[in-house]
Design a protein. Structure first.
Ligand code: ZN
Length: 152
């Protein structure tokens, strides 16, 4: 592991592209888990494949881009830069989805941030995340018959 000068390490996230398993390490644990004597020793604890390791430094930002339905034209999607999930979900635009009385929880479907209402009675794609696996959110997983009937 090479840490560039002047950068303060915030966290390391390892995640599995295959099954969605993820684990987050606080900075004080990183040197212990990732060092030259121990080069990338990790395997996904769920499916045993090689996970992806991402180091996040102080000031690193993730990006959210608003979903504009196809029927709407001439609207520039809103973009939000954020460091933490809490920060994104508290954003004025994003929190409009969760202020609905029937709002249940946030999920991720691929790189889509999806607001779920009721028990998957309804859902809306709020937008897209550039590195979705860095966010600790459940996967979008509606009962299968609703996938056939639902609209995202
Ligand atoms: Zn896996």
């Amino acid at each position: 592991m090479k840490v560039m000068k002047m950068q303060i390490l915030k966290t390391a996230v390892i995640y599995c592209d295959v099954c969605g398993w993820r684990k987050e390490y606080p900075p004080e644990d990183i040197a212990h888990h990732f060092n030259d004597d121990n080069p990338v020793p990790y395997f996904c604890e769920n499916c045993s494949r090689s996970p992806i390791i991402v180091f996040m430094y102080e000031g690193d930002k993730l990006k959210f881009r608003q979903h504009i339905p196809n029927a709407v034209s001439g609207v520039e999607p809103k973009e939000i830069e954020f460091e933490t999930l809490e920060e994104l979900l508290a954003d004025e635009y994003v929190s409009r989805f969760s202020s609905d009385d029937n709002f249940s929880f946030w999920t991720l479907g691929g790189n889509c941030l999806i607001a779920v209402y009721g028990d998957y009675e309804k859902w809306w794609v709020a937008g897209y995340i550039d590195h979705p696996k860095l966010l600790d959110l459940p996967m979008f997983n509606p009962p299968s018959e609703r996938i056939l009937n639902g609209k995202a």
